[in-house]
Design a protein around this ligand. Structure first.
Ligand code: 2IT
Length: 445
């Protein structure tokens, strides 16, 4: 048995009830064969055994009273995964599907994603099985306050800096920041994604979507192509999806689908103008279903099916894990799709990714494609430390450069390890190498 398969088996034996975590680990470790082969010292140092075990996992009770005065109890999580290259950094997800395995998969991904940004950030992730859908503002506020009342003792601007993720946007960050400040009696950069009036960075809301578009431009350029004139299918219409559409439009492309778990909207003309204005708020402010968008503008609504059946040049899953499976992958390619970019975290199943790689299709892995969000979070931390803020254009220019750098180092790692053009392997290897070097230098900790 090889070192890698031994570690993988150990992960499966220890946490058999965490399928998403096992999937995320398998994804990274299987890419590392050539790295491990040329670094036998990693095994003696137990490097992989250490990297798959979070430095700390915190699980806590979150009690709150609903609008009827009934007390509800949710479960809160913060997994502080790896601090080799910087303080723990990563979002908080509020969604009923959240459990320890989901937070561990997201935290593990975050280690390598953050490493790729080139900024000094370790990996962490948090969340709760709380569902913000259908809750009043006051309920969300009381929940966030209770969540932070426990979380505050574990985080700090040099320790662990959470941000948003699915179900956590500007509103939730505001409530959590307010409660942190009140308990800690300190106004500091302990969360990112803050409002611009109170320490937030311009272009942070746009960053993941814009960064995705910039990364796709780099991918296409490597094959002598441009985004201009391309048709694109996407799934979600939250923070990532909506700002991705905005940037794709600016770059001359056309986004023809959005979706939720119940079906998809097909708009062959492309989502722009007043349609995009309406869509910007649909989930991020009102948390309304995708069908409302179709109804508002008389667009086609396809119930119970996946958006990946629509012929497009480029497919960009922007919603959640495992939303694009092997069947979807085959259909996309059969319909002429030439590029897939993962804007959500782990949106493609493992067999779908294998299929894309086998077909030598342009495939951008999540760790690289969606790193723009956390990259601008890193820039928000820098601005907080300086007690200064950059203009929108300054932040946007830095984001663009970071995305180009991520593409270059990903592509270069693929070349170096004999898998030319395989950005999946390149991203995992490049992200891992920096963290591994830091862990080796810091001794057995
Ligand atoms: O998945 C992600 O990279 C995020 N949710 C953003 C994390 C962050 O700290 O900005």
């Amino acid at each position: 048995m090889s070192y890698i398969s031994d570690v993988l088996d150990e992960v499966k034996t220890r946490d058999p009830d965490q399928p998403e975590y096992i999937q995320a680990v398998e994804e990274v470790l299987t890419c590392l064969e050539p790295v491990i082969a040329s670094h036998p010292e990693y095994q003696k140092a137990g490097l992989l055994e250490r990297i798959v075990e979070p430095e700390r996992q915190i699980i806590f009770r979150v009690p709150w009273a609903d609008d009827q005065g009934q007390v509800q109890v949710n479960r809160g999580f913060r997994v502080q995964f790896n601090s080799a290259i910087g303080p723990y950094k990563g979002g908080i997800r509020f969604h009923p599907s959240v459990n320890l395995g989901i937070i561990k998969f997201l935290g593990f991904e975050q280690i390598f994603k953050n490493s790729l940004t080139g900024l000094p950030m370790g990996g962490g992730k948090g969340g709760s099985d709380f569902d913000p859908r259908g809750k009043s503002d006051h309920e969300v506020m009381r929940f966030c306050q209770s969540f932070m009342t426990e979380l505050f003792r574990h985080i700090g601007p040099d320790t662990d800096i959470p941000a948003g993720d699915v179900g956590v946007g500007a509103r939730e960050i505001g409530y959590m920041f307010g409660q942190y400040k009140r308990i800690a009696d300190a106004f500091q950069g302990v969360l990112t994604g803050k409002g611009v009036a109170w320490g937030g960075s311009l272009a942070r809301p746009e960053a993941t979507g814009f960064g995705t578009a910039y990364f796709i431009e780099e991918m296409l350029a490597s094959r002598g192509e441009k985004l201009q004139g391309k048709t694109i299918g996407i799934s979600g219409y939250g923070n990532v999806g909506t700002f991705f559409i905005q940037k794709a439009n600016q770059l001359g492309a056309r986004v023809v689908t959005i979706a939720d778990e119940n079906g998809y909207v097909h708009d062959p003309e492309g989502i722009s103008g007043e349609k995009l204005d309406f869509l910007m708020d649909l989930w991020c402010v009102y948390r309304r279903p995708a069908k409302d968008f179709a109804d508002e503008f008389g667009l086609e609504w396809v119930e119970g099916r996946s958006p990946w059946e629509v012929p497009v040049d480029i497919a960009v899953p922007t919603a959640t894990q495992n939303e694009l499976c092997l069947e979807d992958a085959k259909l996309l390619l059969a319909n002429g799709c030439k590029c897939i970019a993962e804007a959500a975290n782990m949106p493609c199943t493992a067999d779908a990714i294998d299929f894309f790689i086998e077909k030598d299709i342009l495939f951008g892995p999540a760790k690289a494609v969606n790193a723009g969000g956390v990259a601008v979070s890193g820039l928000e931390m820098s601005q907080n430390s300086m007690r200064y803020s950059w203009t929108f254009d300054e932040v946007d220019a830095k984001l663009r450069k970071i995305m180009a750098d991520i593409f270059a180092k990903t592509n270069q790692a693929a070349n170096e390890y004999n898998c030319k053009g395989n950005l999946f392997m390149g991203a995992n290897i490049a992200g891992f190498k920096k963290v591994a070097d830091a862990m080796m230098a810091q001794g057995v900790i």
